[in-house]
Design a protein around this ligand. Structure first.
Ligand SMILES: [Zn+2]
Length: 290
């Protein structure tokens, strides 16, 4: 079962109660962060196994040196894998080099990696190119794929939960994607940017972004249970307008609460129907505002 925490939901401009969009995702085993900016304490405390940097824009990467520095001070020993799209290694390495982080005494091993598909604990991560102004990647994260389910009633809840596939898609910064690749299918949750309203479409497309309606359309096409909007503009009113626009297209649209925990899958997830009786209703209830 994936647990998802938004460390921030804003685009480039922060609010006092929300920094730039970045995620902390925890699987049955293992955890990872997608982009690094605000609320790094949560990433340090989780002891993440990996970090993914999606593209070179400052609001997605500026937290990297501070994260490494905090992990080092906190006494981290295990290596950290930093996954970047091909071509971003130099920028990531430059941020590390700028502060002499590799030279710190007893610094843990920092590994820059560019594999497009990889595993973190029990999670499988598949990256894909988005349609932004710069080369950028989105991620599909799946958990709970190991473990098998028997036929009888003697199966324990633990066994059942192992078999519930938990899957999310995060399309990062992007114009509306034209095609939905098959590896995105079956996700319970879509995380999609909504940088403005559809009346601003021309400017949004020029800047490589999507509207609330675009996000709603993608959620509908993908057939997810819930859509979480992110990369939102500054201010409550602007956010509310975008949420309203998304909800007109896809009712189960939400603006996530920063640092609230969201369970992906579970009760409303796509479990086999004969397993429903085992699944509690404590999961999958997103904490939302607005
Ligand atoms: Zn960007």
């Amino acid at each position: 079962m994936l647990k998802l925490i938004f460390l921030g939901v804003n685009g480039s401009l922060q609010d006092t109660d929300s920094g730039n969009t970045s995620l902390l995702v925890t699987g049955k085993e293992g955890s990872l962060a997608v982009d690094l900016s605000c609320n790094l304490a949560a990433v340090v405390n989780a002891g993440v196994d990996a970090v993914i940097l999606t593209h070179e824009h400052i609001d997605h990467v500026y937290g990297l040196p501070s994260l490494l520095h905090q992990m080092w001070i906190a006494g981290r020993g295990k290596a950290l894998n930093i996954y970047v799209p091909q071509g971003l290694e130099q920028l990531a390495d430059g941020l590390i080099h700028l502060f002499g982080l590799r030279e710190k005494k007893n610094m843990f091993e920092i590994r820059l990696r560019t594999e497009p598909v990889f595993c973190v604990g029990t999670m499988k991560v598949t990256t894909f190119p988005t349609d932004h102004t710069e080369m950028s990647i989105g991620v599909v994260i799946e958990d709970g794929m190991e473990g098998s389910m028997g036929d009888g009633m003697e199966d324990t809840i633990e066994d059942v939960m192992k078999d519930v596939r938990s899957k999310l898609v995060y399309t990062c910064d992007t114009r509306p994607l034209r095609d939905i690749p098959s590896f995105m299918e079956g996700a319970q949750v879509l995380i999609h940017e909504a940088s403005g309203l559809s009346k601003e479409e021309e400017a949004l497309l020029r800047k490589g972004h999507s509207s609330g309606a675009d996000a709603g359309k993608m959620a509908r096409e993908l057939g997810v249970d819930k859509l979480y909007l992110c990369h939102l503009p500054k201010g409550e009113e602007a956010k509310s307008q975008i949420l309203r626009e998304a909800k007109k297209v896809f009712g189960e649209s939400f603006i996530p609460e920063v640092l609230g925990e969201i369970a992906v899958g579970g009760r409303e997830g796509r479990v086999r129907t004969n397993l429903q009786r085992f699944v509690t209703n404590t999961d999958n209830d997103a904490i939302v505002k607005g």
